[in-house]
Structure formats: structure tokens, C-alpha cells
Design a protein around this ligand. Structure first.
Ligand code: AMP
Length: 120
């Protein structure tokens, strides 16, 4: 499988506005922000989708949430609140096949996140 754009960011082959890095994760601002604050937290290990998470990845995936909370605290929006989203495959709206946690903050966010009303 060829590298995704996120592996290229991890390897510094393309630029990104990196705001956090440790041994297993990286966070950088989204290139097309959907809220005043919008960044992505990704594992350095390339896992394509939520469906591909293995038992040995469970701690790593939990770590992404911990990183999100650390950045929220540091950037000062933890108390106000924020949203995390991880899209999966076509219907989930996933476009980059390397799992990533979207972190959106800085304004009240609507719910539900889609416009169309559910038909029963
Ligand atoms: P998703 O649609 O859930 O797969 O989200 C992919 C996200 O990656 C989108 O919000 C894009 O704006 C973002 N994105 C794509 N390329 C880059 C990039 N080079 N730097 C930062 N964010 C990116």
C-alpha cells in the first residue's frame, strides 16, 4: 500500500502545521478548518480505518484521545468543550485512509452533525 499524505507529514516529506509530537502520535492543524480550532491527532503507525484497529492498537487509539485532551488544556479550550470525530470509510466521510481524530473547538458545535432528517 502506498503512503498516505499523513505518512508523508510524519516523515516530513510534505509540510504541516505540527502542534504536538511524541513517540507514537502527531497532531497538526487541519488544512481546511471546519471550526475556529480544528486539528488532527494521528498515530504514527499507519492504520487505514477504524475497522483495521487490532487488539494491540487499543492503547494507541486511547492515546490519541489523551493527546487531544492535553492540547485542549494547553490551548485553553478544555473547559469550554470541544468535539472529537473519527470518520470511517465512505459513508463516514473518510477521505484519508490513515486513522485520525478530528478535534474541533472554538464555537458551539451543532448536533446532529448532518443536515438531512432521519426517515423512519
Ligand atoms: P477525513 O475526511 O475524516 O478523512 O479527514 C481528512 C482531513 O484531512 C480533512 O479534514 C482535510 O482537510 C485534512 N487534510 C488533508 N490534507 C491535509 C494536509 N496536507 N494537512 C492538514 N490537513 C489535511
Amino acid at each position: 500500500m502506498s503512503d498516505t499524505i499523513f505518512t508523508k507529514i510524519i516523515n516530513r516529506e510534505i509540510p504541516a502545521d505540527i502542534i504536538y509530537e511524541d513517540d507514537s502520535a502527531l497532531a497538526f492543524n487541519d488544512i481546511s478548518p471546519q471550526a475556529p480550532t480544528h486539528f488532527l491527532v494521528i498515530p504514527k503507525k499507519p492504520i487505514a480505518t477504524i475497522n483495521d484497529i487490532q487488539p494491540e492498537d487499543k492503547e494507541l487509539v486511547g492515546h490519541l484521545y489523551w493527546v487531544a485532551a492535553q492540547i485542549a488544556e494547553k490551548q485553553g479550550f478544555a473547559e469550554q468543550g470541544f468535539r472529537t470525530v473519527m470518520n470511517c470509510n465512505e459513508y463516514g466521510g473518510q477521505t484519508v485512509y490513515h486513522i485520525h481524530l478530528h478535534v474541533l473547538a472554538g464555537k458551539p458545535l451543532g448536533w446532529p452533525p448532518y443536515q438531512e432528517k432521519l426517515k423512519v
